[in-house]
Design a binder for this molecule. Sequence first.
Ligand code: 5GP
Ligand code: ZN
Length: 110
Amino acid sequence: MCVFCEIIKGNIPSTKVYEDDMMVAFKDLNPVAPVHILAVPKEHIECANDINADNSKYVAHIFEKLGEIASSQGISSYRIINNCGADAGQSVMHLHFHLIGGTEMGEKLI
Ligand code: 5GP
Ligand code: ZN
């Protein structure tokens, strides 16, 4: 089972900031900014390539909740990052969205 599935099941501890029946959001172990949350669907979807008509509701749901989660962390301005595949830097092969903020963003790719 992948590390995020273990976190979802509670087998690996994490600092959860939001949870419902479709998703969980918890603090990144190695934060790159004062706020660095991972928003993760409870369905094991490997990466963005695997989003389809059957599971896209999980992605939609995460995006419906991101503003609320950011607000709970005291921010309304943030960057959302998804890495898909090894070349893009994906290290955990369970779809997740980085919610990063709490500081002025520096160098940017886009
Ligand atoms: P990726 O590189 O796949 O886009 O992002 C994976 C993220 O998961 C990394 O930022 C890494 O710090 C985080 N991470 C990896 N393992 C754990 C863990 O066991 N707990 C938490 N909270 N974060 C993790
Ligand atoms: Zn998983």
